[in-house]
Design a protein around this ligand. Sequence first.
Ligand SMILES: [Zn+2]
Length: 272
Amino acid sequence: MRIWKLLGMALICLSLLAGCGSSGEESQKKDAPAAQTAQVEMAVPKNGVPVLMYHMIGVDPDDPHNQACLTEENFRKQMKFLKDNDFHPITMEQLYEYMVHNKPVPVRPVVLTFDDGYPDTYSIVMPVMKEYGFACTVFIPTYDADHGTRLTWQQIKEMKAAGMEIASHGYHHERLNQMGGTTLDTEMQKSQAELKEQLGITNEFFCYPYGGNSPEAEKVMKKYGIKLAFTMNPGWAKYGDNPYAVKRIWIGNEVDIDNFRQRITTEKYEQR
Ligand SMILES: [Zn+2]
């Protein structure tokens, strides 16, 4: 009997020692992602990833019939649809790794993007993202922050702290494909500098105001360390596509839940 007790104690000691082999911090880092990915199946998307493009959510105070503005009810229905049907909103970094390196991402991936930095991205979108634990990206024209009709830097900081990715939508929200030389360079330089100053980030993602890109704008993107730049050209984002002209799927208020389902399951969706 005694020998078994001793052997048992020796085994316990050995296993404790093995556990101490890595520091607590290290094993936490290893455990956290493993626990998450264990539940989510990963795969390289065969047909690409739909990058959904949202603007204002709620009611447009200037134009109640603005089709680019999605009602809160429709927005909530769409997010619930994603959750109920096991879609996985992925991060910009995951999209980049797939588009450029063909890396696997969670199955049934979508990317959620919100343009322009409207106050409802803070008041309506943020609570929903928190509720569902969804990743998303907000493209802000940095000059507009703290200028009245758009988000404040304080709100943007709170959104970042809540896990929403903040990225650039230019400085003045002007068409980059109609700029050149120092004007174009300054536009980008100021936007990057302000994101660094306000949020402490080295921004890597960009959305062209009004969607328009140009070879010169793409060069400036590369100069300022941008890894993916988004247009408003329709289609899914695929491995091997130009990372400086990423396509997106329009979501406006004319998109009902059946049309939404089409937009996230096929590129051949019914136009509205
Ligand atoms: Zn815009």
